[in-house]
Write a protein that binds this ligand. Structure first.
Ligand code: ZN
Length: 148
């Protein structure tokens, strides 16, 4: 299977079977994000155990890219500390970033397997209008962490 095809399968799997959608009873923080360009919405709820994300809920609606990105993020951040999440977030941005000419940036610090399934979203870089979709859960998460 071509890598591109594999990535599409991963994205569709998360879109059709989004993880961690059960709402939390008493979240410590919530944040809501919208991407008006596409009509994407995500609602993030987190509860902490000390500095560690103990439970996460992400609900929302929108395109397959935003919703699959949210689903993958929800799995990636569970059990992680705030610092670890900030690092993941930075790596995700690096993965999605384009250079000033709109070309893919070849970054020596490009994230490796640490992003796991989220690597599937890198194909989105070929569709710049969709980068905002992929990034929406992460920008919303940052708001949630800032409030925590
Ligand atoms: Zn979208």
């Amino acid at each position: 299977m071509a890598l591109e095809e594999l990535y599409r399968e991963v994205i569709l799997d998360h879109y059709r079977n989004p993880r961690n959608r059960a709402r939390l009873d008493a979240p410590d923080v919530t944040a809501e994000g919208v991407n008006p360009l596409c009509g994407d919405e995500v609602l993030i709820e987190l509860s902490f155990d000390g500095d560690t994300v103990e439970a996460v809920s992400i609900t929302g609606q929108g395109c397959s890219i935003s919703q699959s990105s949210a689903s993958m993020m929800s799995e990636a951040i569970k059990g992680k500390t705030r610092d670890e999440i900030m690092q993941l977030s930075e790596r995700f941005r690096t993965m999605m970033d384009l250079d000033s000419n709109g070309e893919l940036r070849i970054d020596p610090d490009r994230p490796g397997s640490v992003l796991g399934e989220m690597e599937a979203l890198q194909g989105v870089r070929n569709y710049p209008v969709r980068i905002k979709c992929a990034n929406l859960p992460w920008t919303t998460l940052q708001e949630a962490l800032a409030d925590a």
